[in-house]
Structure formats: structure tokens, C-alpha cells
Write a protein that binds this ligand. Structure first.
Ligand code: ZN
Length: 311
């Protein structure tokens, strides 16, 4: 089973103001900042990684906060909703908390026999907190205000919105090992049995929705999890053999990656478990200092001066 896609690895989105993003995810949502680094392709921009205590695969939400980038537009050909798994009985706590912090949210609703609460982050990125009947024993990161009884446990699902479900579904089933579980209206639920959690991908088919525009409040890419580099390269061959264009293996310091665009327009990544977030700082200190990839270490001073100050 270990040579399979093990559900979601991380999800990356775009924000505008770095401080506002940091405050929302660490304080309101109660996630742990597990790594503070820069965008490897644009070192004048932060790259924040939020997750559980260790930054386990399937819990990692990452952001490029591009100051002044302006509002993106959610549309077809992108991931349009991020689902977090939360404990049973926690949705009232979250609804109250969102009211208290002026977070845009909806009433609790139900879909595929699961209760969920929709909300948006300060940039308009969309989320659902979902109570899944499937056992989820992952331990959420605890803060003083967000305790284990209510804390998010990591991802439940990602939702992709595309104009035509079939080509994207084919990638999920033929290449990534997912199968169709259920359908409700124009929402198709896919799941992999290779892993217990973060195993769901929903596809919404909307034939007349305009394409999205990537900027603040939109998703950048969705990363699926593989165990190690060998399996990563096995998938590279498999994906390339279907005629899809895929990058070489890229070293992201905390994992190794490949990227390809699925036919519906969403940027997919495959990412490894190794080496993980403790490769350059101990577990207790994750996220407390700015970490740079070695090619930027000699410019640390200039980079630190250019980045917005975080409080
Ligand atoms: Zn990524």
C-alpha cells in the first residue's frame, strides 16, 4: 500500500497581508505555524506553513502572502474549498468563535450525511469545517482558546471546481488511485482507501462558470502525498506516460515535489513525507525563526529587511 498516493499532503493558497494571515490562522483558527520561510521562486515573499504539532502530511496549509496583490476570483479550474475535519459537537464553538472574531460564515448545513460549517478567511478563501462519521484519531494542535475537544484535526477534503468532471475524474481514478464514492447533484465525491484521513476529493462540475483568477483568497495548488522519492519518481513516469507535462523532481527543503496541471486546470503537486519540518529546527521551535533555503542564506540580511515585520 505504501507505493500509493496517501491522500492530501498540503494545500497552498494566496493571501494579501502577511500579518493578517498569520493572526487569523494561528489565533482564530488555532493552527501551529510550523515553518516560516520564503517563496523559493520569489524570496521577497514569505511562505507560511500551518499545521498540527509536527506539520504532518494531510494537515499542512501554506500561504504566499503577496502584499498588495489584490483580490483573486474564485472560478472554474481551481480548488475552491478546503475541508477541515473537526470533532463531533465542535461546530457550535466554531460558529460562536467566528461571530466573535467577525469571520464570515454560514449556518451549519449537511451534505453526504456530514454536518459542516462554511467560513471564509480574511482574504475570502473558502473553507468547510466538517464532522465526519469516519473515525479521525489525529490530534489537533492546542492553543489556550482552541483546545483538543474542538481543534481542527487536519484536512477532511479538497473541493475542485471544473467545467467538465470526466477528465479530472480520470486523473484521480486512473493515476492517483481514487474511486467515486457518491454523487449529490453536481458534486462528485472521490476517496482513496490508501489512507484513513485527508482521503477525500470532491469535484463540482459547473459547465458555465468563468475561469478563476489567481490572487488573494484563491488556491494556488493541491499537493498529494507519497511516502518517499522513489515512489515520487514512479508516479512521475506514470503521469508522463499519459502525455501530461510534469516537472522534474524539485527539492522544497521539507519535501521533494513534482508538479503537473490536470486537464480541468488545477495545478497538482506530488510531495514526499521526507525529510519533514524538523530538518532545520527542533520540534519545540518549529516556526519560531525565519528559515531560508541555502541558496538565499548569504542574502539573509537583505531578505529579512525586505520582508514585512511580523508581530
Ligand atoms: Zn506545494
Amino acid at each position: 500500500m505504501e507505493n500509493r498516493i496517501l491522500g492530501l499532503h498540503h494545500i497552498t493558497a494566496i493571501a494579501d497581508n502577511a500579518q493578517r494571515n498569520y493572526n487569523f490562522y494561528t489565533k482564530v483558527l488555532g493552527l501551529r505555524l510550523v515553518k516560516k520561510t520564503v517563496n523559493f521562486d520569489d524570496p521577497g515573499t514569505y511562505h507560511f506553513y500551518y499545521g498540527d504539532e509536527t506539520g504532518a502530511a494531510g494537515t499542512i496549509l501554506t500561504f504566499f502572502p503577496w502584499e498588495g496583490i489584490g483580490q483573486g476570483k474564485i472560478g472554474s479550474g481551481m480548488a475552491t474549498n478546503i475541508g477541515y475535519s473537526v470533532p463531533e459537537g465542535s461546530l457550535d464553538f466554531w460558529a460562536d468563535r467566528f461571530t466573535q472574531f467577525n469571520v464570515k460564515h454560514e449556518n451549519v448545513d449537511q451534505r453526504f450525511s456530514e454536518q459542516y460549517l462554511s467560513f471564509q478567511d480574511p482574504d475570502g478563501l473558502k473553507f468547510d469545517l466538517i464532522v465526519s462519521p469516519t473515525a479521525d484519531n489525529r490530534k489537533g494542535w492546542e492553543t489556550k482558546e482552541v483546545t483538543a475537544e474542538v481543534a481542527t484535526r487536519g484536512f477532511h477534503s479538497i473541493t475542485l471546481t471544473v467545467r467538465n468532471v470526466a477528465p479530472t475524474a480520470k486523473i484521480l481514478t486512473d493515476l492517483l488511485g481514487y474511486k467515486l464514492l457518491q454523487q449529490e447533484g453536481n458534486r462528485y465525491r472521490f476517496i482513496t482507501d490508501a489512507i484513513d484521513n485527508a482521503a477525500v476529493v470532491d469535484i463540482i462540475e459547473t459547465s458555465n462558470l468563468a475561469p478563476g483568477k489567481g490572487a488573494a483568497g484563491t488556491n494556488h495548488h493541491v499537493a498529494f502525498r507519497v511516502k518517499d522519492d522513489n515512489i515520487l519518481m514512479e508516479f512521475r513516469e506514470k503521469i508522463a506516460s499519459k502525455g501530461l507535462s510534469i516537472t522534474p523532481k524539485i527539492d522544497r527543503d521539507y519535501f521533494f515535489s513534482l508538479y503537473f496541471r490536470e486537464p480541468g486546470g488545477v495545478l497538482f503537486e506530488l510531495a514526499t513525507d521526507n525529510p519533514g519540518f524538523t530538518r532545520d529546527e527542533p520540534l519545540a521551535e518549529l516556526g519560531t525563526s525565519l528559515k531560508l533555503p541555502k541558496q538565499y542564506e548569504e542574502s539573509r540580511k537583505e531578505i529579512e529587511q525586505a520582508l514585512p515585520l511580523l508581530q
